[in-house]
Design a protein around this ligand. Sequence first.
Ligand code: NAD
Length: 258
Amino acid sequence: MTTSLRHEGRTALVTGGSRGIGRAISRRLAEEGALVAVHYGHDLTAAERTVKEIEAEGGRAFAVHAELGVPGDAATLWEAFDRALAEQGAGPGLDILVNNAGITVPRTIAHVTEEDYDRVFAINTKAPFFIVQRGLDRLRDGGRIVNISSVATKFGYPAIVAYTMTKAALDYLTLALAKELGPRGITVNSVAPGYTETEINPTLSIPEIRQRYSDASVFGRLGRPADIADIVSFVASDDARWTTGQWIDASGGVHLGI
Ligand code: NAD
């Protein structure tokens, strides 16, 4: 029996794909055969490292630069994507779009400035909206959009109120867009991580916080980027063709509580 790779012949774009969860998603999609555009905002070194890791594992990837959260960001991203794709000698078009890039504002509401609020919405909510809008002609029928949300949108946590609002809006982009794009066979889903070991969570270096977040999962540990990447890869695959508009928990059962 021959087994084929799940994403063979597909092209994927992962925003914020150079590090953390995005890096794991980029690697996983490439491992399963996709040609992966590893988008980055600031850290070219990290993006190049991720591309090299993928190539060393026998996969195909290239880096795409665009700062998100600034006017015209989506247009810049797609222009860079088109250019880089042509340089790869690959045909135009995209099969898998993962809106992963995001930031937090880890402050209680009293300390959130208007600038903080605008910036977190610009990167976490506005950018994915316009990336999708500007990418519609590139996205092939039968394609996949995966929005990286957060368990915060279901359960709420203190000190990340603005962040939670951005991800809740992203979940409704998922829901409404799934209906708009359904006739084209495109699925749109949110994958929602819980506490995951990445640089977005600097407080994980504090032992008590690390323990508390680990204990929040029924498995008694923090999420790893690969835990999220495996779920995204499934949602992006043909096996998940019959699920759309969904919010998919990727938290190790954080919400199950005690
Ligand atoms: P991370 O900080 O390591 O990664 C965030 C990525 O977004 C980076 O690649 C970064 O370069 C990119 N990015 C941020 N601002 C950007 C900008 N202005 N322009 C371009 N790129 C920009 O953190 P992560 O945990 O890997 O986060 C990935 C996604 O997962 C985020 O959307 C985050 O909200 C979500 N998430 C993470 C956790 C967690 O506990 N780690 C939990 C729930 C959801």
